[in-house]
Structure formats: structure tokens, C-alpha cells
Design a binder for this molecule. Sequence first.
Ligand code: ZN
Length: 883
Amino acid sequence: MNPHNAPSSPLIRLSDYRAPAWRVERVELDFDLGIDASEVTARLHLRRDPSQQAPLRLDGEGLELLSIALDGKPLDAGSYRLSDSALEVDGAQDGSVLETRVRLLPAANTALEGLYLSGSRETGFLLTQCEAEGFRHITFFPDRPDVLASYTVTLHADRERFPVLLAGGNPDGAGNLEGGRHWARFVDPHPKPSYLFALVAGRLEKIERDYVTADGSDVKLVIWSEANVIDRCHYAMDALERSMRWDELAYGRNYDLDVFHVVATHDFNMGAMENKGLNIFNAKYLLADPDSTTDDEYRAVEAVVAHEYFHNWSGNRVTCRDWFQLSLKEGLTVFREQQFSADMNSPSLKRIEDVALLRRAQFPEDAGPLAHAVRPSQYSEINNFYTATVYEKGSELIRMLAGRLGSEGFRRGMDHYFERNDGRAATLEDFLGALGEANQTNLSPYLAWYAQAGTPRLKVRGDYDAARREYTLTLSQHTLATSGQPEKLPLPIPVKLALFARDGRMLPLHMDGHASEGQVEWVAVLDKAEQRFVFRNVDAEPVPSLLRGFSAPVILEGNSTPTELALLLRHDVDGFNRWEAGQQLAVSAYEALRDGGDDGAIVAWCEALSALFADGAVDDALLAELMTPPGEVELAEREHEVDPDRIHAWRQALQHRLATRIGANALQQRYQALAAAASGRLDANSQAQRRLKRRVLELMALLDTDDAQALAARQYEQAPSMTDRLAALTVLVRTDAPQAAAAIAHFRGRYADNPLALDKWFNVQTQRRGAASLARIQELERDPSFTLRNPNRVNALFGAWARNNPAGFHQADGGGYRLLSERLGQLDALNPQIAARLATAFNGWRRLEPVRRAQAKAAILSLAERPGLSRNLTEIVQSMLHD
Ligand code: ZN
């Protein structure tokens, strides 16, 4: 039987929230650490809510209770009750101290939740992961975020096997013990919820830096990793320092402990974790070096380091009352990270990447059977709600609020929010209330965005009246029903807009009764089902540029003509809007090509891009993005009967038209120029050149495949960076080049000792096209370095295949579905969180064409019928089957 299987899976409802009947004011934890077994003594100093009568009930799962005492007296078996998820104790009073001692089995913990072992029994180290409900796997405790306690943690372990002992908070003594053992104590002065508890113990190396906060405190920054990768931690240290400075400047937030520890592990369920004073990172988001890290990965390391650091205020100092408020910390922290990354890099590229991610990951979620509100109203397993909706859409909601208040008003509101809620467990109402109060405005209409699932569709019609010199925009909104939410309300949708003259200049805006007089950009707020906005003194029919900067997370259903979109693509001064116009035009072009429709959009797209390609008016990185049509996942979102093979083929055909229009010679020349300038440098311009070079090579491969393959093979051999090396390898694999096998073998040999690079080796091979992809996956999973026990490896193989290679995964005979379903069943017994997340790759199954749909359904059903599925996987599978 699956050890993670919960016997009953009740639904948890937001409307059932009650304040805790018992709180823990202070907790003293003593750990006796061992790889196979560890023992934990917990002393809970209890507080009772006088208005509630409930008995003392503590969460606890998979714990072997060794002893229990209340106020110093051992309890007899009659005065407590132990179930497989809770401990109920009689006789506790306000002020009582409950002491329990439990035994845990870290090495047997494959779920990577609670206390577990990273790496081998001989050389690995111990660590914890507690968000969301992992602390109950460590000790008996009211494991809910609204119980804030002061922690004193003492670790005891064998000195030789565990030379480094770390926990959250400030160090408070250490020393040697008899028998080769030692101890270390940490005290956290800031009360915190149990999900922010952490410890690490083992053989680790460190790099350090002294930091002085803006308000004058000394902080020791320390990054820890296993010895062989400690040299790859320097970039993260720099990113950490930049993040700390930025939060001081942008939000006036200073760090608040004497030490800030960061630890890298290869065995981790997510990206990273913001434990107070002891952040733990998936090595993928911490380690970086020029030989094995791509440009995109460098940016991801910077972003994740910043994200976790920013949680120290948005999440830790102000935490969540309950898990329904998860976006209170995650949406806000994603938004803060997005602002930071925009400041550190190119703002328009950052916005392009974030919107592309939203469309690729969140829109499909919002349109499928797993759709849920940013603040869901119910869940069975909270780990299933760390989603693109809670994170990415949540960030878009903050962005709308920030736009609504303006940067000064938003800062004022944030200051007020932090001040008023510091040390508290807050709700989204507290957040909106504080922002509104500081700005004398009522933001509660925005709460509807938090409660309503589904992506609103924004319809736009523009009418020009030449006689009256008036231009009227009619905006209307509509949100499709989602599971459990048949009726949808109109939401406040800020539509930032500008009007362009046909010569590409922006027009001053004249409207009645609005403060827009003479501005070129203005925000129309649509808060009804339909509204009209009239612009006066317009001399000729303008070209509207709508939803500028992606001012709201909606699907724009405009009626702009290809000529109008091409004008924006050529002339809009804002890099993001330029890209957006190009994306809309590319969609029209794609649909025209597929449906054999009018050539207008195709020609307009190709002409505009070939002009931009030739005249060098935009930066290389932006040009590369402009020349990339929406991905296959995004295109599939627009269809009712999805055939991934056809989408792939038509998208290729569209790019072929572009390559043809630009011309083989022009592409070749640009490639040679970029190749001649190749370096391993990390500055923005070098990164931009690599990005464009990759795009050009991909387009070349559509025209003269042999030629492009020869260039790719040479690029692979001579590459001064991982970015160039991996780009070349990807082209070789995707075009099934004769040179591919040798390059793959070479890569394997070169990076045999680097698990993160080996993940890329798996990942790139999942991109083989057509039926060959399934066979390749089956070979790869027999590779000795493949294991279902490591989340990064699982994602590098099955995640990359199912999500990034739709035409490979969605084989018409269902072979891909059956393989994934089979592996999900096995994976679930080891790590339910990872299994449940991977299972969401089936999310879009209902919109597949009938043959694939039947195959997918059969595969999901066979998974659903497996005995002993975890609560995590059960919830995902049942939601996907539910109609
Ligand atoms: Zn986060």
C-alpha cells in the first residue's frame, strides 16, 4: 500500500475557517540526528483561546511516539488518543507545557517532505521541507500558518558525519559532547508559523560575505553546498546582495537577523523555500558557472534568489492566516521579483517572458478541468494549489493594483500593509484594505478577481465617425464557466491604451470628463459587462494599441486588421507592445495559413519582421522574441479539437514563410556575424546575440537543413558557453541530424559528474520529433542515471517531454499516455507531490481531437483505478475526470 495514502480525503473549505483553539507561544525542539533514525523532543508552551472549548488536538503523521508528558508528568495511555494524523490530549490548560518525543526515519523518506536525506547514505546530508504541511511529519504540533511561535532549536549529532548543523534564526551556542558528538543551538527572535521551520545537517562547504543593511545592522551571508560545487555559488551570492539592496531601496525593507543561510540540494520538490534565516534551494536555482549554465538559467537563479529573499517580508514577517490566502505571499512575492528582475535586466524582455509564461502555463490551467480561483474556496490537498494561477495570475492582480494606485500610492500602501500586519497572519482582505486605506480608496471590487476562476475575454470594437471626428471604443467582457462556478461576474479590467496615427505617431487623447486631456496613454477601466469610451478631435481613423504592458490578465479579442497590427509591430515605442502586436499578427497569420485564408496577415507579419531584421532598429534579444510565433501550447488553446501534429506542422510552415521572406543569404550572413562575435561573456549584449543566433539557426534549419546541421555541429564543438552548446544540440536533435548522436555522446561524457547538466542531456533528447520520441524516452529511462527518486531528473525526462514536445508526447495510438500513466502510478508511491504535478500534463485532454481524447481518457482512468493512490494524485485525477 502507498504509505502516503490518506484514508479519508475531506475537503477543506475557506468558509469553515476558525481561529485556533490552542496556540503555541514558544517551542523548544531537540533533535538527535541520524540518517536512518532521528529523534525529536518538542516542548510546546500552550495558550488556550478562552472562548473555545475544543480539546488540545495536534497534527502529526508518520511519527513513532516514544514518550509524552504534560506539565512534567508522563501521560498514561488513557489520557491521549493517537490516530494516523492527529494526537488528542486531555487535561491541557492555558499555560501548560506538553513534551513529546518521537522517532522519524529520514533515509526512508522519499516524499522529500519533513526530515529527509539528500544524496547517499554515506555522503549525503539531512534537511527539512515543511511548507505547506511538512512540520507534522517532524513533531506533533498545530501545523497551520496562523499559529506563530518562538523557536529554540538544539541539534545533536555525530561530529564527523554531521560537521555542519544549521537551523533558522540566530546562532546561540555550540559545543562538543562525549562520544564524538556535538551540538548547536539556534534561537529565532521572530515568531513564525511551523511551515517556516528548517534544519540542515551534514558535510557542507560554505562561502561567506559581510553585509550591512541600510538601517545599519551587520549580517553574515553564508551559502552552503556540497564541496564539489561550492565554486558555483558565487553568482547566487551576488544576486542575494543585489536583492537585499533592492528591497531596501524599492520597499524600504531591511533584513532582520544576524545571519542569512542558503543551502543547495539536488533533491527538492520545488524551486526553493524561504524558511526564516535558512533558505533552501533546489541546486538548479542556485548553482551557476559559465561552463554549464545557460543565460536563461542565470536569470532564473537571480530571480529565485530574489524571490526567496523577498519572502522575508512578504510571507515571513507578514504571513498567511490560512492556505487559501497563499497568493497573499506568493502572488505578491512573484510581483516583487518581477519588478526586481526588470530593474536588473531589460524591462520589456522581462515582461515578454512573464506574459509568455502566463499564457503557456496559467491560461491553460484556467481554461481546463483544474481551473481554480487565485484564492480557491476549497481543496483536498494544499500542495496541489502551488499553481501558475496562485503565483503568476496572483502577481498580475498585484500589478493591476499597483497600476491603479500609481508607484507612489502603491509604495505608501505597501508600507502601511507591512506596518499594520507585521508579525501577523493576514488575509487578502487585510492586504487590499491596507493598500486602499493608505490611498483613501476602496479596492474591494478587486476581490472579485481573487474569487473568480477563468480568464476573462475582452472584446473590443473601434468605430470612427469622420463627421464628428470621434473615435468610440466599445469594450465588453465575458468569462466562460469553470467547474463549480457556472455564473461569472464582470470584473474591473484596467485597459491601458494609446491611439496611433497611420504614420506611426501616438495621438494626444481628448475625452470628456477625464483627466486624460492631451496625454498619449490612458487607462480605461471596464467594470461592467460593456462600456463605451469616446475620444474627440480625432482627424482620421486611428490604430488602437490596447492592453499596453499587458495591463490585465485577459484574452484580448480585438478586431485589428493585419495592417494595423503590422503598424504597431513596426512603430510602437514600447518593446512589450511591439512584441504583443507581433504575436497577435502571428496568430492571424497562422490561422490564415492553416485555413487557407487570405494571405494578408502572413504577408504583413513576414514583411514587418524582415524589415526589422534588416534595419537593426531593435535590440537582438527583442528581435529574437519578435521573430518567435506563439508556442504550440498557446496555439492549441485557441482550438476545439487539438491535433498536436498539425499544430506543429502549421507552426513550422509559418516559420518557413518567414525564413523564406528574410532569405537564406541574409540569415546566413547574420549567423556568421553573430558566430564570429561569440564569447562566453554574460553582459546583456552578449546574451542578446546568443539569443538571436539561436533563432536565426532555427530558421535556417527550415530552409537548408543540411547546411544548418553542419553549422550547428560546428557551433556545438566550438561553443564558448552552455547557451551556444545547448542551442546547437537542440537544433541537431530536433532536426534529427546525422551529427546528433555523436554530440549527445560527447555531452554525456563531458558532464558525467554534473547532475544539472545531465538533466539538460535528458531534457534535450525529449525534443525528438514524431514517433521516434516515445522510443527515445523508453531508452532514456533505462539509462543507469535515470531515477524516479529525483524530482529534477523526472521533470527533465517526463516533464520536458509531456509539456514541451506536444507532438512527441501526444501520439495518436496513446503510447505516450500509457507510458506516462504507468510511471505516474509508480512515482506516486515514492513522491506524491511530484506525481500530482506531473499528472497535470494531461490537463488539456478534453480538447484533444477524438482519437487522442479517447486514448488519453483511458490512460487517466487506468491511473484513477490504481489502488492506494495518494490524496495528491487522487485530487488531480478526479478533477480531470469530473465534468
Ligand atoms: Zn514563493
